[in-house]
Design a protein around this ligand. Structure first.
Ligand SMILES: [Zn+2]
Length: 472
């Protein structure tokens, strides 16, 4: 057996691709892909634990024979898939046969592992958070209305795990404390009462969090946060902590240029193997608790787009203004992709915030965009438009007699509206909570257009507008 204190994550970082389940390539995968991956582990016991509201099987996988019982489940929120992918990578690792055999047999001889890789298949198929009857499973730990909640609670009680991992995703724009650094992971040992008291099992959960933070800081320094520990009596983590299992919450957040969360998935995989290995040789119990307390809290100091130091004019007077915009994902039909609906989140002095796309626009003016004078018959005719020539003249709206469904997105990089388009929209072009549609000028010339939150440089003809909107 390898000596205690051997840290497998440092080697697995370089060998990860050997275990990466290649049937998962991005955040949106099918139930079929999960069901197929579940069946391929021949030295693990696969069980159907029950079915979801819409009748899909929920699988449990058991492996290992050790005295310490560890329970892991993912995707109780259907649109939080990162850990599901990483759990299949973990299963591939634990059932492989290679130079890491000592580590895996050390884990499997010390731990009995029970994994539910996908708790909410109905939500997953629609890429939505809640169950098929729109109940949040993570607020259903007391009532247990959803069959998914019952499956989780019943299996928890039957298995009686020493340690539990409750695996989620959070929005990618959370930061680590008051910094510009995204929280790639947010960790938490949930409280089991309003007083946030400590108990031996909660203490161990804190030590697991601290261990993960210490090890992964080699790769993502400053990108690990601590999730807020307010007690939520209806949530699973809080209740399972209360029932005596050391419960660890891992939230997968954001990482620059990783929209499909594949690097975040790798960091999850390393976290799981590292935590299991440290639990197996009892390294966890030696970690000082202040390591946990030193992890900064999850904060919200990031916008998807931050436009700094613009000038806005009202009644011939100029005002300095920053604009913070978020690009919200709207699942597309068939749930295989997504469109974007932007919102202006805030305006004013945002100098304490950061943008994933951060633009300093000192000396530029923010103004309402113009409406292209020609009316089109329908949206289908927009395919022939030379959008660059429109942007250069400040046109960001086109009118169509048949403009489609209002409040929706259109696939063209332009805002579609109706011929009797209300000029109010242009007058209120900068309104908190509305979409971000305006132009940015210098010396009377349109230098940038902002269409549905996406900034496009009309001079360099550079930028990417994923989709437009349909408004009235
Ligand atoms: Zn969640």
């Amino acid at each position: 057996m390898k000596a205690q204190y051997y840290e497998p994550a440092y080697d697995l970082y370089y060998q990860y691709d050997n275990y990466r389940d290649s049937s998962f390539t991005g955040r949106r995968f099918s139930y079929h892909t999960v069901a197929k991956s579940v069946t391929k582990y021949h030295n693990a016991a696969v069980d159907t634990l029950g079915t979801s509201i819409d009748g899909k099987n929920i699988y449990g996988i058991k492996l290992g024979s050790g005295p310490l019982k560890v329970f892991m489940w993912s995707q109780m929120h259907g649109d939080e898939p990162t850990a599901t992918m990483a759990l299949f990578d973990l299963l591939n690792f634990l059932t492989a046969n290679d130079n890491m055999n000592e580590t895996r047999s050390h884990i499997l001889n010390s731990i009995t592992l029970f994994i539910i890789p996908l708790l909410n298949p109905d939500g997953m198929e629609k890429y939505k958070r809640r169950s098929a009857v729109d109940i949040d499973i993570n607020r259903d730990a007391l009532r247990l209305v959803n069959p998914e909640s019952q499956i989780l609670m019943n299996n928890f009680k039957a298995f009686a795990p020493d340690v539990s991992f409750n695996l989620h995703d959070q929005l990618p724009r959370y930061t680590v404390g008051i910094t510009h650094r995204s929280a790639l992971l947010a960790l938490l040992a949930p409280a089991f009462n309003y007083e946030k008291e400590l108990s031996p099992n909660r203490t161990r959960a804190m030590q697991v969090c601290a261990h993960i933070s210490n090890v992964l800081s080699a790769y993502i320094p400053g990108h690990i946060a601590r999730y807020t520990d307010e007690f939520e009596p209806r949530a699973f983590g809080d209740n399972l902590q209360k029932l005596g299992s050391s419960t660890v919450l891992i939230e997968s957040g954001g990482w620059k240029n990783d929209p499909e969360k594949q690097y975040i998935r790798k960091m999850n995989f390393l976290a799981y193997v590292s935590a299991l290995s440290a639990l197996a040789d009892d390294r966890i119990s030696k970690i000082p608790l202040n390591y946990y307390d030193q992890i900064p809290y999850n904060e919200k100091y990031l916008y998807d787009v931050l436009l700094r130091e613009l000038t806005i004019t009202r009644n011939d007077k100029d005002y300095l203004i920053d604009v913070g915009i978020n690009l919200n994902e709207i699942p597309a039909a068939g749930h295989t992709g997504f469109r974007v609906a932007s919102t202006v989140e805030d305006a004013g002095d945002l100098s304490t915030f950061y943008g994933n796309r951060d633009h300093i626009l000192t000396g530029y003016r923010i103004e309402p965009g113009k409406v292209y004078p020609k009316t089109f018959e329908s949206i289908d005719q927009l395919g022939n438009i030379d959008f660059d020539s429109l942007y250069g003249k400040g046109y960001i709206y086109v009118m169509a007699n048949d403009a489609g469904s209002f409040g929706r997105q259109n696939d063209y990089p332009i805002i579609v509206t109706v011929p009797d388009f209300d000029k109010k929209e242009r007058k209120n072009y900068l309104t908190i909570g509305n979409a971000a549609n305006f132009i940015i000028t210098k010396d009377g010339k349109t230098r940038f257009v902002v269409i549905n939150g996406f900034l496009y440089d009309t001079e360099l003809k550079a930028g990417y507008i994923k989709n437009g909107l349909i408004i009235r």
